[in-house]
Design a protein around this ligand. Structure first.
Ligand code: ADP
Ligand code: MG
Length: 249
């Protein structure tokens, strides 16, 4: 479904992403792991058009999407959440999600239609699917950190994605929020058939939900394989554990 080939991006001569390669098949959950500063967020920013690569290509469902602006990538049904939560804090849970749903429609709404009546059913369905329906009228600035991260996933779902990119979805969450988020990610894949690419530091989560793992170190992809292949790979050991031969997990 997604093929990243030889992708590179430098900032003032520093190679944040350096000849990265990645393949994601339809229906998979693929994790990108790597130490802080490895280039995971930059890779996601390149795929979603927030920044343009210096070289390399990004092919989505056979079409070259390299360098397209974010709104066009969104229209190809690729959505994302951010490492640092990106919501409208003074609007409600419902309104934030509704905005994301409305962004998809290429139409001007009648000035006299109350906004509360537009795309209500779809917005509510999304909130039910992520478990935020009960909190739909809350102002989002007052939500817990975990609920705000989940709301971002709801907003990403507003784009009706086939391909969803999650940048550290459980970062900073309390343990029970983390388990709910893991269940949510699994259900998006199993119930809705969404293909998922995510990055995450917690190896237990990674090995718990990923079908395959891509390891990034200093901007390059050093291995892409199944959980078992990655778990005991020597290069991964070296990157994570400084050469120790202890198996990850
Ligand atoms: P990760 O998400 O794996 O922690 P990032 O992709 O955020 O890593 O960052 C990779 C490297 O690129 C880091 O050294 C970071 O400081 C650098 N970097 C990322 N974005 C920029 C930018 N816009 N300008 C300059 N350097 C950047
Ligand atoms: Mg990051």
């Amino acid at each position: 479904m997604l093929q990243v080939k030889g992708l590179s991006k430098s900032f003032d001569g520093f190679k944040a992403v350096n000849n990265a390669n990645l393949d994601v098949q339809k229906g998979e959950i693929v994790a990108v792991i790597g130490p802080n500063g490895a280039g995971k967020t930059t890779l996601f920013n390149l795929i979603t058009g927030i920044i343009k690569p210096d070289s390399g290509s990004i092919i989505f469902k056979g079409e070259d999407i390299t360098g397209l602006p974010p709104y066009e990538i969104c229209r190809k049904r690729i959505s994302r959440s951010f490492q640092i939560v990106n919501i409208f804090p003074r609007l409600t849970v419902f309104e934030n999600t509704q905005i994301a749903v409305l962004a998809r429609f290429k139409k001007t709404w009648d000035l006299f239609t109350p906004s509360k009546k537009i795309a209500v059913e779809e917005t509510e369905e999304i909130l039910k699917s992520v478990g935020l329906f009960d909190k739909k009228d809350r102002v989002t600035g007052l939500l817990s950190h975990g609920d705000r991260k989940i709301l971002e996933i709801a907003m990403a779902l507003g784009g009706n994605p086939e391909f969803l990119i999650l940048d550290e979805p459980t970062a900073g969450m309390a343990p029970e929020e983390t388990s709910k988020c893991i269940e949510l990610i699994k259900s998006l894949s199993e119930k809705f058939g969404i293909t998922i690419l995510f990055c995450e530091h917690d190896m237990e989560i990674v090995f718990g939900i990923a079908n395959r793992i891509m390891v990034m170190v200093r901007g390059s992809t050093i291995i892409q394989g199944t959980c078992d292949e990655v778990r005991c790979n020597q290069a991964v050991q070296d990157a994570y554990l400084g050469g120790s031969d202890v198996c990850l997990m």
